[in-house]
Design a protein. Structure first.
Lengths: 813, 131
């Protein structure tokens, strides 16, 4: 068969997914893709994650250059198609190319709708639709103080969440009486408004924008009722319109979108269209799942297979705002009297569930606060299943027969869709597990693309893996905190923050199995403390024994006591006190540690408060995931080689950071010259004195792992060196995973990224890091003060009964 | 635990003496127990881990289990059996609460039957813990 030239206009999700489907059919096509944008095909749904800082641009590419090369696709980035000569089959581009085609696929997507508001052309008004918009908003967030988002729909709320999480005070203005009015009923709108407001975002409803105020730059937004709000950035998110320009020029039949039939054919036999620019049976779809379905049918049609037809899709929407779960599908309004509504509302928990039933079928649903049943309900809508048999479990699934066993996904048929975005069935996932030996969620994702869209089906994929593999199932590395609290660590931090969960038990009760384990309880203790900058509810039972009694447990159940000696400097008075304590409590071993400290070993728990009181020194935190110590060399004070005052700087660094808890222990060193006598280059944070300045080094280790530290920066003054050390310290506190030492953290995060987000970050970002550090420091108290004020009066108590203790015999009621 | 009419009950502590989800060491003659407040009930086992005699009273309580503070063995407080780390068990002590007082029958300590399938299941899912 002769080779045909397929020209695709648009490099978006619908177009490339369709091309992917076409390739699977191995036709003899030469494919050329034109894209107005300058990025490779990326996942547009995840732009909100990029905006909110939860993902980087690199993380949302679907196909990179390698994919285009591998399939011999000619990709023309930054080339805009401006005209089509349908008669002679030629596409004209803005840079004056003429590209002939045999088959033309229009995947031109949509354009943001810009309402005719006075002043909308002013500097500071941005749209939110593509990668360039997203980067523009991120850039403006660095200096903006007040953002107004016009439009309270899906995109508007995601934009608002993004600007708000970047520290910009954000107001959402919406012309309707409720947020997401296309997807929610009145009650749902109220629930969502509360959740959005909890994120610190102001919501104005029934707000009809009159004018964007300001001279040339945006200064505010005024409304028709006379009110106004201040703003230095305005994001327009008033919906989208199909981009039909090229379709018009090609002379295609256009209504609101490019009209296609069930085979995805347009009115021209050589031209096809897919995605948001398309109108099918008078409906326009703006969400990804239907577009993928269209792509599959189009791939069949264009390769000559007239079997598959597209008959429309159920509309379903998921809001991707971290900390808010929202799902809406089908006919959720139930305006007709013959539709029944089954609903549940829990205002305190922010949970709203509504299912609309018509003649025993589920036809629509709204879920807010708990969307775990979204897939199940969507499947019921799609398949028009009767609900007679399981009606009592419509809103709440029957609990599994065995506690802790996976959800009921295994009892559902293999044809059920698991990943709604990509359209992957349970059977396809099972066969990937069986035939391609997938053992983790990301392996299944690589094999089937399941969970590569919005990602919310990852839990179901995991359930299938667990059920299919049993003990062979492999937990995703470092993905979730722990089996007890099965949420990704980053997400969990956000949830703890936005839900204001202040105690470990609250987190375990709400997001976990209620019990926890010896890993997640201390981990959560650290997280609730760090996230709330010390303003948490301390629960000692969730701490490891060392952190309950502020000493290090030894193999015989006794404890070791190491007082703090800043910079490793002590005095005759301190040494005398230590000697007295050692004698008074018969301390079996007094030892000088590798950290320039003195260790009193073999102390009984009950004696700890007395020992601390007698020592009258601060805790050295040698038992905790915390700031351990700063080791120093003698430096310019005494050493003939010294170039910097390492003792004073070491003491200063230790005093600045003492008492703070960290993901893993933090050992530090300050040396006065590159001879490195106090081994600063194998410490978590080190300052190395050089002629005329300091090197600040991070991520060193000389323990289980030996790793030479990386140079974070070289600076001239001691103040600059200390600031760089503090910036990295707080950055590690906020981004390190529990038990992750800096030597792993630096490699995982990447030195360049760490530099970019600490020493090279904007003044605003640096200020934020230091402010949060100071807030935590202000809350930090010397734990050995608990000698006189224990958290619990019996914290250090053993209960020893006298030999002649009397017993009650038998009948004790 | 059968209600044995000859059991000797010793008052060991008040209910408020032990914080919720924590344990305390309780000693009477040769008997050393770890007594736990689980919020809904009090349970006691021998205070030495079957592995290397670690003080279970100082462990982290998770549901009805405690993790030994030395090497993270997981011991079920209802039957004293090791669920992860290795195999082994400790005796349990009968505990009763009367009013605000906790009583322990030191001399009635006994081994309970272990559920082997629970152990097998647990051994798949234990988490790493760094010292």
């Amino acid at each position: 068969m002769e080779q045909k030239h397929l020209v695709v206009v648009g490099d978006g999700m619908a177009g490339m997914s369709c091309v992917d489907q076409i390739l699977k059919r191995k036709p003899n096509f030469k494919i050329t893709v034109l894209s107005e944008e300058t990025y490779y095909n990326y996942n547009r749904i995840l732009l909100s994650c990029v905006l909110a800082g939860e993902k980087t641009v690199d993380e949302i590419y679907i196909n990179t250059k390698a994919w285009y090369d591998e399939h011999g696709i000619e990709l023309l980035l930054g080339v805009k198609a401006v005209d089509v000569d349908a008669k002679n089959k030629i596409v004209f581009t803005a840079d004056n190319r003429q590209i002939s085609y045999d088959l033309l696929l229009l995947a031109t997507g949509s354009n943001p709708f810009i309402p005719p508001i006075a002043g909308i052309q002013k500097d500071g008004v941005v749209t939110y639709r593509n990668m360039a918009d997203t980067e523009e908003i991120i850039k403006r967030c660095e200096t903006a103080k007040h953002a107004v988002v016009i439009g309270g729909g899906l995109l508007g709320l995601e934009a608002a969440r993004g600007t708000s999480s970047r520290g910009v005070h954000t107001t959402v203005v919406h012309i309707m009486d409720r947020l997401m009015d296309m997807q929610l009923d009145e009650v749902g709108g109220q629930f969502l408004k509360r959740e959005i407001e909890k994120l610190g975002i102001t919501v104005l409803l029934n707000a009809n924008t009159a004018e964007i105020m300001g001279d040339s730059k945006v200064e505010g937004v005024s409304f028709k009722d006379g009110n106004a709000v201040k703003a230095d950035m305005v994001v327009v998110a008033c919906g989208i319109r199909p981009n039909v320009e090229l379709g018009k020029k090609a002379g295609l039949k256009i209504n609101r979108g490019i009209v296609v039939n069930d085979h995805m054919e347009t009115s021209d036999p050589s031209i096809f269209a897919v995605g948001e620019c398309v109108e099918h049976r008078e409906k326009i779809y703006g969400l990804v799942a239907p577009l993928y379905d269209q792509g599959k049918v189009l791939a069949a049609t264009i390769t000559g297979d007239k079997g598959p037809v597209y008959e429309g899709s159920v509309l379903a929407t998921k809001l991707k705002v971290m900390g808010i779960e929202l799902f809406s599908a089908g006919d959720f309004k139930a305006l007709d009297s013959d539709k029944e509504v089954v609903s549940y509302q829990d205002h305190a928990f922010g949970v709203y569930k509504k299912v609309v039933v018509y003649a025993n079928w589920v036809v629509g649903t709204i879920l807010i606060g708990d969307t775990s049943d979204a897939n199940r309900l969507l499947e019921m809508i799609r398949k028009q299943e009767k609900v007679t048999d399981n009606r009592q479990h419509l809103l709440f699934q029957k609990p599994p027969a065995v506690a802790g066993s996976p959800s009921d996904v295994m009892s559902r048929p293999d044809t059920d869709t698991i990943c709604g975005c990509i359209g992957v069935s349970k059977g396809q996932i099972l066969s990937a597990i069986k035939e391609q030996s997938c053992k983790t969620v990301s392996q299944v994702k690589a094999c089937t693309k399941a969970s590569s869209g919005c990602g919310t089906c990852a839990g179901l994929v995991q359930d299938i893996l667990v059920a299919a593999l049993g003990s062979e199932f492999q937990e995703e590395k470092k993905d979730t905190l722990c089996a007890c609290v099965p949420f990704p660590k980053e997400k969990l931090r956000t949830m703890i923050q936005t839900q204001k969960l202040k105690s470990v038990q609250d987190v375990l009760d709400i997001y976990g199995n209620g019990a926890g384990c010896s890993y997640c309880k201390p981990a959560l203790s650290f997280i609730v403390d760090e996230v709330h900058c010390g303003d948490h509810k301390e629960d000692r039972s969730a701490r490891f024994i060392n952190d309950r009694v502020h000493a290090n447990i030894q193999r015989d159940g006794t404890f070791s006591v190491i007082p703090r000696m800043h910079g490793g400097v002590t005095s005759p008075q301190q040494l005398r006190k230590i000697a007295d304590v050692a004698e008074k409590y018969n301390v079996p071993m007094v030892k000088v540690t590798g950290s320039q400290r003195i260790d009193l070993l073999g102390i009984k728990k009950e004696d700890l408060p007395k020992v601390w009181a007698d020592l009258d020194m601060k805790s050295g935190h040698a038992y905790a995931k915390a700031v351990r110590m700063v080791k120093s060399c003698v430096g310019t004070d005494f050493c003939r080689y010294g170039t910097q005052n390492s003792i004073a700087t070491g003491i200063q660094l230790e005093t600045l950071l003492e008492g703070l808890y960290t993901p893993g222990k933090v050992k530090m060193g300050v040396v006065g010259c590159p001879r490195n006598c106090a081994e600063a280059t194998v410490k978590d944070i080190g300052l190395v004195g050089i002629e005329g300045g300091w090197q600040v080094v991070i991520g060193g280790a000389a323990g289980k792992v030996v790793r030479a530290a990386d140079i974070l920066t070289t600076v001239k003054t001691t103040e600059e060196a200390l600031e760089a050390a503090l910036l990295f310290f707080q950055y590690y506190r906020e981004n390190g995973e529990y038990l992750e030492r800096t030597y792993d953290f630096v490699e995982r995060a990447g030195l360049e990224k760490i530099r970019r987000e600490t020493i090279l970050a904007s003044e605003e970002t640096k200020k934020g890091l230091l402010e949060r550090l100071n807030k935590a420091r202000a809350k930090a108290v010397d734990p050995w003060k608990e000698a006189s004020k224990p958290v619990h009066p019996m914290q250090f108590k053993d209960f020893v009964l006298p030999k002649d203790a009397e017993a009650l015999i038998g009948g004790l009621s | 635990m059968s209600a044995d009419a000859s059991m000797k009950w010793f008052r060991v502590a008040s209910t408020r003496d032990i914080p919720e989800r924590e344990g305390r060491r309780v000693e009477y003659g040769p008997h050393i127990a770890a007594l736990f407040n689980l919020g809904t009930e009090y349970l006691a086992v021998e205070n030495q881990c079957p592995h290397k005699s670690g003080p279970l009273a100082d462990g982290i309580v998770a549901g009805k289990n405690v993790f030994c503070p030395l090497h993270n063995w997981k011991i079920n407080l209802q039957n004293g059996c090791a669920l992860s780390g290795g195999t082994g068990q400790v005796k349990t002590f009968p505990v009763k609460v009367s009013g605000s007082e906790i009583y322990l029958a030191f001399e009635s300590a006994a081994y309970q039957a272990c559920d082997l399938s629970a152990q097998a299941q647990e051994s798949q899912t234990s988490n790493p813990v760094e010292g």
